[in-house]
Design a protein around this ligand. Structure first.
Ligand SMILES: Cc1cc2nc3c(=O)[nH]c(=O)nc-3n(C[C@H](O)[C@H](O)[C@H](O)COP(=O)(O)O)c2cc1C
Length: 402
């Protein structure tokens, strides 16, 4: 058995910048819906402990906002001293299971929700946001400086709390991805227009985060390869951004993703659109009504394919030497092994682990070779429920033979 385990490339260890990882599997950031009043809860820690105890190398605390104004909902964690004790407990819990603690830092920018922030959202350009049902304000020079400092302060706080990896959200139409995207970034100054200009703020933030995180922590962006619609960030541009980040020397790796929360939300996940459940659990009645009336036309379905981002990710593999985390629809041990053999240093899993937190250890023990996740995506709708995210499959479906 030991030989069989050792022969799986995905279970070999890796040095990621300053951080030693016991294997190549990362639990990627999936908003848990388990934080309260902007701080970590015991429930949140115990949920992540199940991934750590289940064998992943890193479990990533999702969706932490660098500031109050960057949030999309009232309970979302935002990085301030008051959050430190909970963040410390989170990191300690991951370490006690011999895993590393990761944190995702972001800012919703244009689609931050005034109900959570009490202010008008800010983004690259003035634009109507269907999410927040407001026009955003275009960022001023003072905003660029302030927000760069906020990202850096958030990274410093995460490092103080004991996190080993810091992931900066540069995808899915969040603030830094809004800058990269010609759809959201309509500026004509040095922060918009050419790709070089659109990438200026994300690069500045990444450098500031790198410096603030210190030498003990690995930092990387969750980078959009493409937005997935005409007029958004194109694949060739995404490759160019990856080259720029590599040249800056500000990142230890890239996690590759795609899609845009307000335009192509299912591009980043693929599989079924759980519209009925999304409508049922939506607490904002305007959005609920919007989903009811426009959902079927607005939320396009993309067929699920195993490792659906792999073909695009190969373009990045050829373009940069940085370690790459392959993400998106990875559910089989064979896919993971092949990807590592092909030169993708790490594999990031979301739904497969929501479905089975102990997937890695069961695969390592030779019990399983694939996840039971059927990409029904009902876990996404569960985010809005009081109890937080869970897999809706029954025990029998998750534990049954496959
Ligand atoms: C319930 C749920 C919540 C998610 N929340 C986030 C999030 O907070 N931040 C993020 O970058 N991606 C989020 N995602 C996207 C995942 O991180 C990942 O990019 C996507 O699910 C594809 O990976 P998978 O096929 O392994 O699930 C979420 C996905 C799910 C299913």
């Amino acid at each position: 058995m030991a030989d069989r385990q050792n022969s799986h490339p995905v279970f070999t260890s890796l040095q990621l910048g300053p951080v030693h990882l016991r294997n190549r599997v990362i639990k990627c950031g999936t908003n848990e819906g388990m934080s309260r009043n902007g701080v970590v809860t015991d429930q949140l820690i115990e949920w992540h402990r199940s991934f750590a105890a289940g064998g992943v190398a890193v479990s990533t605390l999702a969706y932490c906002s660098v500031s109050f104004e960057g949030r999309t909902f009232g309970d979302q964690i935002w990085m301030r001293d008051e959050a430190l004790p909970g963040l410390r407990r989170f990191a300690d819990a991951m370490h006690s299971e011999d895993a590393k603690a990761g944190i995702q830092l972001g800012h919703a920018g244009w689609f931050a929700h005034p109900r959570a922030t009490g202010t008008r959202p800010v983004g690259p350009s003035r634009m109507f946001s269907p999410h927040s049902q407001r026009f955003s304000r275009a960022m001023s020079e003072a905003d660029f400086e302030r927000m760069t400092r906020e990202y850096a302060a958030a990274a410093a706080l995460a490092a103080r709390a004991g996190f080993d990896t810091i992931e900066v959200h540069m995808g899915h139409g969040y603030l830094l991805s809004q800058f990269l995207s010609p759809y959201n970034n309509r500026r004509r100054d040095r922060w918009g227009g050419s790709l070089e200009n659109r990438a200026r703020f994300p690069r500045q933030v990444m450098r500031a985060v790198r410096e603030a995180a210190g030498s003990r922590v690995a930092v990387y962006p969750k980078l959009n390869m493409e937005d997935g619609f005409e007029g958004g960030l194109a694949l060739e541009e995404g490759v160019e951004v990856a080259r720029m980040l590599e040249a800056d020397g500000s990142v230890d790796a890239l996690q590759l993703t795609g899609g845009h929360t307000t335009r192509t939300p299912m591009f980043l996940m693929r599989g079924d659109v759980p519209l009925r459940e999304m409508i049922r659990y939506e607490s904002d009645w305007v959005r609920k009504f919007g989903l009811l009336v426009c959902g079927p036309f607005l939320i396009r379905k993309y067929e699920f394919e195993e490792a659906f981002f792999l073909p695009s990710a190969r373009r990045f593999r050829q373009a940069v030497k940085l370690p790459i985390m392959l993400l998106g629809g990875v559910t089989r041990l064979e896919t993971m092994d092949r990807a590592v053999e092909e030169g993708f240093e790490l594999i990031a899993l979301g739904r497969a682990l929501i479905c089975e937190p102990d997937l890695v250890s069961r695969m390592q023990a030779g019990e399983l070779t694939e996840s039971a996740c059927n990409h029904c995506n009902r876990c996404v709708a569960e985010m809005e429920r009081e109890a937080g995210v869970r897999c809706v499959l029954g025990e029998a479906e998750r534990r049954g033979p496959r």
